[in-house]
Unconditional design. Structure first.
Length: 150
């Protein structure tokens, strides 16, 4: 858990290095047809400043504040499932000829419940794309039970 003293908020910071060429990773993320093979439930991405990431039901989850294709997303998190309007930066780095690094930083998360849910969601995003490249299959998402109740 990363609790940041600034404004008493939580911060999720994750990094994943994939042994997959950069162009291949970007195609899997940016192509709606290919993204549906590893991102389930499917999300719709409007890749432009002011565009949204939308749930399968059309609910806005995040809005692009900055979009630099193949480099960086800056998002304003607006999901009604979380209390705050937090911020996200996702960066894509060519780490070598056949290696790609994805960095996720999600901050200004106001409470522990949202922190755990957002952490689980971003971890699943990274796990799912990695599994897709290893096995060709998506990773089913289980909504996190952040308090361990059955």
């Amino acid at each position: 858990m990363a609790f940041v003293a600034y404004n008493n908020t939580y911060c999720v910071t994750l990094r994943r290095t994939l042994k997959v060429p950069f162009e291949r990773v970007m195609r899997a993320i940016e192509s709606e047809a290919e993204r549906s093979l590893w991102l389930d439930p499917p999300l719709r991405f409007e890749f432009y400043v002011g565009g949204y990431i939308l749930s399968a039901e059309g609910m806005p989850i995040a809005q692009f504040v900055e979009y630099v294709r193949g480099q960086r997303w800056v998002l304003r998190w607006i999901s009604p499932l979380n209390q705050s309007h937090s911020k996200v930066v996702v960066e894509f780095v060519r780490a070598g000829r056949t290696t790609t690094r994805i960095l996720v930083r999600h901050w200004q998360i106001e409470n522990e419940k949202d922190y755990h849910e957002l952490y689980a969601g971003w971890l699943w995003f990274l796990d799912s794309i990695e599994r897709y490249f290893i096995s060709g299959k998506y990773l089913e998402y289980d909504y996190p039970d952040v308090y361990g109740s059955v």
